[in-house]
Design a protein around this ligand. Structure first.
Ligand code: DAH
Length: 344
């Protein structure tokens, strides 16, 4: 029996040493399992005392229980120490070094097309024009009919688009921003001076045409608007847009909604007029279509053509952006390659 009590004392001493030498939680658990867990050495002694007398059982059992209590207390104390050490080590590793350089966020910026469009609108804003918009899914009536382009008119060929059947009649993806002329004039009496930017669509795709592109429409109607007003306005616009005085050329043309009509060319901004690839050696670049609003259009909106005259023009934003930045393929604007876009 004294043997058993001595053995308990030895086990307690070994267990306590092993606990204080444990470095990690799993070391601790291992020591517990070996000495005072359910299947540990102390339990083994307790289960072997059934053969002893009641008196002996009490003494050996008491010693074993006391040893287990001490071991458990030592276990808890060491566990707390190890956890505290781990916590300090972890916090040390997680410390923020405030002297490190920050992680820079790349600042985004506006797309060159959006910027060009905003610049065009802002220039005309300074010249006294107010901004109007219209729907991209447009009624056939506004996109064609009221602009003096009846069904089966050959002018529709140049503006082939995406048609939709709809219960209320034909709808199209608008092919130009000119329908905003009609929508504006329907709800407004002259004097009218409006600039109308927007996205437009056509069945067209090559290095100078994209099926989706942008236009800015401008128009003015009053009692005595003339073509020289148009010329003066556009000359001033080009000076503000390209930052220099550029000669303009009005070339007779045809649009169903203007009469007379003209396409406007500027002196080539790339070669200055001596001839290059961009201007096809002509020294001139076409930038927009324009003209005096056809009296037939006034008929659709209830303006008296005897009383009012007006001019209108429409320019392609991509074209202006290409000239401004020397870009030779329109598709680059829509590929969203950050290496291209970050140059602007
Ligand atoms: N809407 C025409 C087009 O997309 C451009 C245009 C030409 C607009 C003459 C006008 C204009 O306002 O007067 O081809």
């Amino acid at each position: 029996m004294t043997e058993a009590i001595d053995r308990v004392g030895e086990l307690a001493g070994e267990g306590l040493r092993a606990l204080s030498g444990a470095k990690t939680e799993s070391d601790l658990l291992e020591v517990k399992g070996r000495y005072f867990g359910k299947k540990g050495a102390v339990s083994a002694i307790l289960s072997g005392i059934s053969s002893l007398s009641v008196e002996e059982r009490k003494r050996v059992g008491g010693a074993a229980n006391e040893a287990r209590t001490r071991l458990e207390a030592a276990f808890e104390a060491r566990l707390a120490e190890i956890r505290e050490k781990d916590r300090i080590a972890r916090e040390g590793a997680e410390t923020v070094d405030v002297t490190l350089p920050g992680r820079a966020l790349d600042a985004g910026h506006r797309h060159p097309i959006s910027r060009t469009m905003a610049d065009i609108v802002s220039i005309f804003g300074r010249l006294g024009f107010s901004v109007r918009g219209g729907p991209e899914i447009e009624k056939d009536y506004y996109n064609f009919e009221a602009l003096n382009i009846p069904k089966d008119h050959p002018a529709r060929d140049m503006q082939d688009t995406f048609y939709m059947d709809w219960p209320e009649g034909d709808l199209v993806l608008r092919t130009h921003t000119s329908p905003i002329q009609i929508r504006t004039m329907e709800g407004m009496r002259p004097p009218v001076r409006v600039i109308a930017p927007g996205t437009v669509y056509r069945c067209d795709s090559d290095i100078t045409h994209s099926p989706m592109f942008h236009q800015v429409e401008g128009f003015a109607v009053d009692t005595d608007v003339t073509m020289s007003d148009l010329k003066g306005l556009l000359t001033e616009f080009c000076r503000m847009m390209f930052g220099k005085d550029l000669p303009l050329r009005f070339r007779p043309s045809y649009f169903p909604f203007t009469e007379p009509s003209a396409e406007v060319d500027i002196r080539c901004v790339i070669c200055g007029g001596s001839g290059c690839r961009v201007c096809g050696n002509s020294g001139w670049l076409e930038i927009l279509g324009s003209g005096m609003i056809d009296p037939a259009v006034f008929g659709f909106v209830g303006y008296d053509p005897e009383r009012y005259t007006g001019f209108a023009f429409g320019m392609g934003v991509e074209r202006i952006a290409m000239l401004r930045h020397g870009v030779n393929d329109i598709r680059l604007f829509f590929e969203n390659d950050i290496r291209f876009l970050s140059q602007f």
